[in-house]
Design a protein around this ligand. Structure first.
Ligand SMILES: [Zn+2]
Ligand SMILES: [Zn+2]
Ligand SMILES: [Zn+2]
Length: 344
């Protein structure tokens, strides 16, 4: 009987942040692909697009006109998924049909007046100003009495449903704690009670010791493929110092965050020589004015591409009905990303 080997044998890995499992099937990586191929868009993107609702000076569908901004620009989403005012009340029938009103705010943050730039191609100083704006928005929205969570996220690329290439992200601030941060809040609190330490501080120490899954790092931040990654080239970005939110970062650390985001996204773009699509977002302590000592600021990157610019991973079948599954191991993905150049 051969010994259990993570590089060879089917196994499942535990995600301590969500307390869910992922199935890993490393023996399948040589299997031929006969599935769907995505089209790659090679159209060049102009620096200014007169039909873009985010470019400076342009008019949006609601008639509002963007200022001739030169740095970052934030505005309330013209078609928000959430509204600040809703009627009160609940729906409850037999304990099975339950609904509650949800209040919130949705904003759009343009990273740059340039329609053609991305996190990977923006100058580092400009990316730092985006980090400053995220921090400002987190503080401003967290201070609203009815807000309990602030979700900053970016969908990049048509494959992720982003129809407009203008570099931007969204911020949804909600009255209730969404599912994913809800699971992570409970798991981090339980871990910190049980161990007297922080889950992600301890995890990062372990990953630094092993070095196998680290993609890139600077003095303040590390980008790695987590041991429990579901998406082929999934990454976790987190700081070496324990901070619970963007508002606790020092000026140097904000520079460090801008730097790591640029390094990681530049490697992504080189992975298949194509602008790498992904959904990314920050997880930070809930905005409920309670102390969340065990909460550790981090960002998740979830890119869908699997083996080329045209072959993506689908979450179907067993993954929808059972458990998410991957073939290429997180260690293989980290090694592949680590080998790529990141200089622009
Ligand atoms: Zn634009
Ligand atoms: Zn920590
Ligand atoms: Zn998280």
């Amino acid at each position: 009987m051969t010994a259990f080997d993570l590089n060879e044998h089917p196994h499942r890995r535990f995600n301590p942040l969500t307390r869910e499992w992922v199935l890993v099937s490393p023996h399948r990586t040589q299997r031929p692909w006969q599935g769907q191929m995505e089209k790659t868009s090679l159209e060049s993107v102009p620096a200014y697009d007169p039909s873009c609702y985010m470019c400076p000076g342009n008019r949006r569908a609601t008639g509002a006109q963007n200022p001739a901004y030169t740095g970052t620009f934030v505005f309330d989403n013209d078609y928000p998924a959430l509204l600040p005012e809703t009627p009160t009340g609940t729906v409850e029938q037999g304990g099975l049909l339950r609904a509650e009103p949800e209040r919130g705010l949705c904003r759009v943050v343009c990273f740059s007046p340039r329609h053609d730039l991305t996190m990977s191609t923006m100058p580092i100083g400009e990316l730092r100003r985006v980090v400053d704006l995220w921090t400002e928005q987190y503080c401003q929205l967290s201070a609203l009495a009815f807000i309990h969570h602030v979700q900053i996220f970016e969908n990049r690329g048509a494959m992720m449903g982003a129809s407009n290439p203008h570099p931007h992200c969204q911020i949804w601030a909600t009255a209730s704690l969404p599912n994913e941060p809800g699971k992570e809040t409970a798991a981090q609190a339980d871990y910190s009670h049980a161990h007297g330490s922080c889950l992600l501080c301890d995890y990062l120490a372990l990953e630094r010791e092993l070095g196998k899954r680290i993609i890139t790092a600077n003095d303040h931040f590390v980008a790695l493929v987590p041991f429990w990654a579901v998406w082929p080239f999934e990454a976790l970005v987190t700081g070496g110092r324990h901070t619970t939110g963007l508002d606790e970062l020092s000026g140097d650390e904000r520079d460090g965050l801008a730097d790591i985001l640029k390094r990681l996204t530049a490697r992504y773009d080189r992975c298949f020589e194509v602008p790498f699509p992904y959904s990314m977002g920050f997880h930070q302590r809930p905005a409920n004015r309670l102390e969340h000592k065990g909460w550790h600021l981090h960002a998740h990157f979830y890119p869908p591409l699997l083996r080329s610019a045209t072959v993506r991973k689908f979450m179907v079948g067993f993954e929808m009905l059972g458990t998410p599954q991957r073939d290429i191991t997180p260690e293989m993905a980290a090694a592949r990303l680590r080998e790529l150049p990141e200089a622009t």
